[in-house]
Design a protein around this ligand. Structure first.
Ligand code: ATP
Ligand code: ZN
Length: 286
């Protein structure tokens, strides 16, 4: 029985760095030989395949790979029989319809009868059909944003993150049709051992992600303010309080969500907290 899990990741592109960083944070190490399509993990039953992102759903579906990391946009576009196991929180982007800046756009109806250029015909067609819009989809594989200026189409449907590419091509975003981030996908045909390895991987991924969202915080607090500070802290459990050698002061430790931390920092100071330290957490298992 096959006991390793073959993970397909993008060879080079916007998903590569985030995918490799996640694997590293999960404590899985490997040696990548430049130009090689395969690598083997040293300390986890896993092999890596480095592929173009567009091919990943297909290879996971047909068993060349067992699991993969791919954008939800590509997953939706390819519509292969694979399972989405977990959204991974990086490579966030959206798929949007954009038109030339001087196009008077009021509603989706304005797209009726127009030619729209895109690399995502499936997602776009589903969206247009759901909204009863009749437009012609012109499929191009790259540089979609230049299509209106060269007269290839009246509108485009493309990946947007900040929107600056659209603006520099004289376009404006008028509809967001799909929101995407990187996702872990799996073949529905994993054997029992591989399913167990996938669960172990997932456990590590979740611990890494939880740790990233949280910070360990330490501060010095006058004893009379300890109760007040504890009330402000939305900690995991009750915080740790230890006496300082300076009479009348305590050191208080807790774990807080990074977002929450920024909201409560002023309140903590007001309550008398000093010397506040915020430390990253590497793994978090709760
Ligand atoms: P390949 O050569 O592997 O086919 P590609 O050029 O098709 O690569 P990339 O541009 O590397 O693909 O994008 C890969 C994925 O990253 C996209 O499918 C999308 O999910 C996400 N993505 C694309 N553009 C952005 C962006 N500007 N910001 C964040 N994520 C993005
Ligand atoms: Zn691609």
């Amino acid at each position: 029985m096959e006991t390793t899990l073959k993970l397909a990741i993008q060879k080079s592109g916007r998903l590569s760095e985030g995918s490799l960083e996640l694997i590293k944070k999960c404590g899985i190490s490997y040696t990548q030989t430049l130009g090689k399509l395969k690598a083997e993990a040293h300390n986890f039953p896993m092999e890596f395949l480095f592929l173009r992102d567009d091919d990943i759903p297909k290879y996971v579906a047909n068993g060349i790979a067992d699991v993969g990391i791919v954008g939800e946009n590509v997953l939706a576009e390819k519509n292969e029989p694979v399972e989405k196991v977990e959204a991974l929180g990086f490579a966030k982007c959206r798929l949007s319809i954009a038109v030339p800046r001087d196009f008077v756009y009021n509603s989706l109806d304005d797209l009726n009868g127009l030619k729209i250029a895109t690399s995502y015909p499936q997602i776009l067609q589903n969206y247009l059909s759901e909204n009863q819009v009749n437009a012609h989809i012109h499929v191009i594989s790259g540089s979609v944003e230049i299509a209106p200026s060269i007269g290839l189409a009246k509108a485009i449907c493309d990946i947007v993150s900040s929107g600056s590419t659209l603006i520099s091509n004289g376009l404006k975003e008028v509809e967001v049709i799909f929101r995407s981030e990187a996702a872990l996908i799996a073949s529905p045909k994993l054997n029992e051992v591989q399913k167990e390895v996938l669960q172990q991987l997932l456990f590590r991924i979740r611990s890494v992600r939880k740790a990233r969202e949280n910070k360990y915080i330490l501060m010095n607090v006058p004893n009379e303010s300890v109760e007040k500070v504890i009330e402000i802290l939305p900690g995991m459990k009750s915080p740790t309080v230890m006496p300082l050698t300076t009479e009348g002061w305590s050191s208080l430790h807790s774990v807080v969500k990074e977002d929450d931390f920024w909201k409560i920092i002023a309140q903590l100071q007001e309550a008398g907290a000093q010397g506040i330290l915020v430390i990253p957490i590497e793994k978090m298992i709760i």
